[in-house]
Design a protein around this ligand. Structure first.
Ligand code: C5P
Length: 398
């Protein structure tokens, strides 16, 4: 529920603005008070009258509208909200936000506020993919702004790809997360999960065993505490967590790239079972069985994502957590691994077959930091995830 939550909803000009009418209705059904702000171009898509009727509130449109200023100054308008939602956010408005421009009511409100901001972008796929928009997106994420969507699909302009505004209910769920009192609200955390697949040829690959269950559970637990989660996963069986920014990759090299593009985070948790080697020159045709003998595969070493990020000279996330699945001398090996990789914490577990942990629903872990090691009793992977998320919130001073 969103009972008495005050939402300042900025609607900028895009065809997706019609969905914002439904968004207003759904926010109000859940008890939120919605104060709408329309940009000039938004008025080309929805009328102030329909917006104000659905919101049950005056619509704010103009920075220099003296009646509004007498009623409530723009500074107060932005600060009296619990959350500012920008839906749809055009490429233009994102650019203004990223550069701190304030030349109309919407951009001025966004610059004048210290209230959390949630942005639902909507634009043509080429505009979304354009390096300028992607730069602005990275800047805004680094500034602590949360995003929901865009989704991939058919677009009103007839093209296909990322750029569709998130559906109203997805935005409502993001609003619920952003306004809940969770200790990780406003924190951005990256999680890697699942195995990686390293192709031998188009039909064969090498991989580590990993269901992705622990990674998904960790992402779920972080989302529950209010974090914005970037979830980078290889081809895992486990259900994808809800409410995350999902990035699906195949190989270790793709995973490293996805991680490096999303490092403006408060913490990074490397849960993925990344293949240590790839086939040096994967064949782009299926390797045939021949009578002449067996194929010989030459391997190349994959990048160690955890070590690379842990040892970044600049831009390293403040808290980096690795996992260590060991079959012998778990604590000694994991303690040495923490130092070797340069991460802050290692979550170590014994995956020798007798434990039944690999692919099972339980885990028994030891948390290793520079303060020593702490063994946690055997518990469900969900509980391990919740305990780890709570520890993270403590460590981030949330
Ligand atoms: O060295 P080992 O594979 O045991 O280390 C496990 C930890 O390192 C995990 O956190 C895993 O996600 C991470 N890792 C990585 N990139 C690799 C190998 C492991 O991020 N290439």
């Amino acid at each position: 529920m969103l009972t008495n939550k005050r939402i300042l909803l900025i609607i900028s000009g895009g065809i997706a603005a019609y969905k914002s009418l439904d968004l207003i209705r759904r926010l109000r059904e859940r008890g939120a008070q919605v104060t709408p702000v329309l940009t000039r171009s938004a008025e080309e898509f929805v009328t102030p009258l329909s917006v104000s009727s659905l919101a049950g509130s005056q619509v704010y449109r103009d920075l220099f509208d003296l009646t509004d200023e007498a009623d409530m100054g723009h500074i107060q308008l932005s600060r009296s909200a619990d959350l500012i939602v920008v839906a749809p956010a055009t490429a233009d408005l994102m650019a203004k936000m990223a550069h701190g421009m304030a030349n109309d009511l919407a951009s001025t409100l966004l610059l004048a506020t210290d209230t959390p901001v949630l942005v639902a972008p909507a634009m043509n796929v080429r505009m979304w993919d354009h390096p300028a928009t992607q730069r602005n997106l990275a800047q805004l994420k680094g500034d602590g702004i949360s995003f929901v969507g865009p989704n991939e699909g058919d677009m009103a302009c007839g093209e296909f790809g990322p750029g569709r505004m998130a559906e109203p209910m997805e935005i409502v769920e993001a609003v619920q997360r952003a306004t809940s009192a969770g200790p990780l609200v406003g924190r951005r955390i990256l999680v890697t999960s699942g195995p990686t697949h390293e192709p031998i040829d188009p039909v064969r690959y090498i991989a580590n065993r990993s269901s992705g269950a622990q990674g998904s559970a960790i992402a779920d637990a972080l989302v529950k505490l209010g974090a914005d989660v970037v979830f980078v996963t290889g081809p895992a069986d486990a259900a994808r967590p809800e409410g995350v920014e999902l990035i699906e990759v195949e190989t270790a090299q793709e995973m490293l790239t996805a991680v490096q593009e999303n490092l403006a985070v408060d913490a990074a948790i490397f849960c993925a079972a990344v293949a240590d080697w790839r086939v040096a020159s994967a064949s782009d045709r299926k390797i045939k069985k021949t009578k002449g003998g067996l194929p010989v595969l030459e391997f190349a070493e994959n990048p160690d994502i955890l070590a690379t990020v842990s040892q970044m000279p600049t831009g390293r996330p403040p808290l980096v957590v690795g996992f260590a699945a060991e079959t012998d001398d778990v604590i000694e090996n994991a303690t040495a691994k923490r130092i070797r990789k340069g991460c802050d914490w290692i979550v170590a577990n014994d995956v020798s077959p007798a434990t039944g942990i690999m692919g099972g629903s339980e885990n028994a872990v030891t948390l290793i930091s520079n303060e020593g090691s702490e063994a946690w009793p055997r518990m469900g992977k969900t509980e391990v995830a919740e305990k780890l998320a709570a520890r993270l919130a403590d460590a981030l001073g949330a």
